[in-house]
Design a protein around this ligand. Structure first.
Ligand SMILES: [Zn+2]
Length: 473
């Protein structure tokens, strides 16, 4: 029972089915809350494996939970299956070849992410049953990681209230415990309404919403000097008010993404951006409405879980890549900029060795220079002790959200990494389940990191999952 090989046998016994699932999901790329087929594929697999299935989690039609086992602690494995727009690409070729012009593609490897997490859950289910152990395992099928923040809505709806530990992973260049760093992020639309008029005959009667957007952006760009250096603010103009320069634009809309190192810092920054928008409205005599689209929290680490996962990954060793895997990764490497490769090596504090696939475990105390984005697992990490792995599904240096990730989404190397990380995840879950002291330490660490203020969802209560929003990224 305490033999990990026993646990991993269950991963190997189910790997072919889950690799096939990953490849099918790769072939039906669906973005941000439209993952009907991908979610149905995951649901069908959960049902086939005998999980108790809950659909429409948090009133999101493409979110699903499967549970197995009885009593004991609840271990959650976190899966995703959303793709990205505009990244259609053939598999297994080292050049940019869309399958369908303008089509979607799995540019973040979430086909592998969801399938490996489900594989870990299946293995844990069988292991619990075989050893007659108390404990429940859950698979969380989470849509819309890219820009939709589904997990933040699922946390707000209470879907993690009785979970003891959450375990996740993400495709990467590296084999490592993921450093617990992510920025809190709010997406908000600023909608300006003015008054139209003929721009030559009666310009004094018009009040331009587009002017307001421009002034707002200028104001925010002046704010940059006076915000924390690790905060990030970026925008896209979604509505310029029309294409006719001789008509004063009565409506305009700009979408902002406002990121900061922690939740409190982000909420402060959102208020400052809102004041600038109000100022722009005042200057232009237009009306302004701020609409929060989605929001995610920063990531809380969990030291005992990170150490436990690192131990399991050390025991497993890196995935066993062969010469064919390395040769294709070298072909992909040739399509990358040297700066891209160098910057990925810098994230683990190392120099480019020329290797195309990671064949070592990154030390837990590597001198990192991380590139920090945002993720909706942030909110899960505030709700319950959470740990994440990275597994090398791509050639070292491959930037995410690119055709190169899509091309590598079905390679034998990616499949090996996916199976390997499922073993790391289920090994970590079993370690927590079998060791009450580790469970207690993980919970104590979580409580300490939550601090006196605890967690408040960054989503205002009136904001619903943006199910019809079609913008990824
Ligand atoms: Zn991703």
């Amino acid at each position: 029972m305490d033999n990990r090989n026993d646990l991993w046998r269950h991963v190997d016994a189910n790997k072919e089915r889950l690799i096939a699932l990953s490849d099918r999901v790769w072939g039906m790329p669906e973005v941000c809350y439209t993952e009907a087929r991908s979610s149905a594929e995951h649901t069908a697999e959960l049902e086939h494996q005998g999980f108790r299935v809950t659909k429409n989690v948090a009133e999101i039609p493409t979110a699903v939970i499967g549970e197995a086992g009885e009593g004991g602690p609840v271990i959650a494995f976190m899966g995703e299956y959303d793709a990205l727009p505009g990244l259609s690409q053939e598999a297994g070729v080292a050049s940019h070849k869309p399958v369908e012009d303008g089509g979607h593609g799995h540019g973040c490897g979430h086909n592998l992410l969801g399938s490996a997490a489900l594989l870990a859950a299946v293995a844990m289910k069988e292991w619990l049953a075989e050893n007659k152990l108390p404990g429940r395992v859950r698979y969380y099928g989470c849509p819309a990681e890219e820009g939709g923040a589904a997990k933040a809505f699922m946390v707000r709806a209470g879907a993690f209230d009785d979970v003891d530990v959450a375990i996740s992973w993400h495709p990467s260049s590296w084999w490592e415990v993921a450093p617990p760093l992510a920025l809190a992020n709010t997406r908000a639309d600023f909608v300006f309404t003015g008054r139209t008029s003929h721009a030559a005959a009666a310009p004094h009667l018009g009040r331009s919403a587009l002017d307001a957007v421009e002034l707002m952006n200028v104001g925010v760009n002046y704010m940059r000097e006076h915000m924390p250096s690790d905060a990030r603010v970026h925008y896209a103009v979604l509505d310029t008010g029309g294409i006719a320069p001789n008509v004063v634009q009565a409506h305009a809309r700009v979408r902002y993404s406002i990121r900061a190192r922690d939740l409190r810092g982000m909420l402060e920054l959102v208020q400052r951006v809102k004041k600038i928008a109000e100022g722009a409205a005042l200057m232009t005599e237009t009306k302004m409405e701020m609409r929060i689209v989605s929001a995610v929290s920063d990531l809380l680490g969990n030291t005992p879980l990170e150490q436990a996962m690192h131990g399991v990954m050390e025991e497993l060793g890196p995935p066993h890549f062969d010469d064919a895997d390395r040769a294709f990764a070298q072909d992909i490497r040739k399509t990358l900029q040297p700066q891209e490769i160098a910057s990925i090596w810098r994230t683990i504090g190392m120099e480019d060795s020329g290797a195309a696939l990671a064949d070592f475990l990154v030390p837990l105390d590597a001198k990192r220079n991380p590139a920090i984005g945002s993720t909706d697992i942030g909110d899960v990490s505030w709700a319950v002790p959470t740990v994440q792995a990275h597994a090398p599904t791509v050639a070292i240096g491959t930037p995410f959200h690119t055709w190169q990730v899509v091309s590598q989404g079905k390679t034998p190397a990616a499949h090996k990494a996916m199976i390997h990380v499922a073993k790391a995840m289920v090994g970590t879950g079993a370690a927590v389940l079998l060791d009450p002291a580790l469970m207690a330490a993980a919970k104590a660490d979580h409580k300490k990191k939550l601090g006196a203020d605890g967690y408040t969802s960054p989503l205002p209560p009136e904001v619903k999952p943006p199910l019809t929003m079609s913008l990824g990224g």
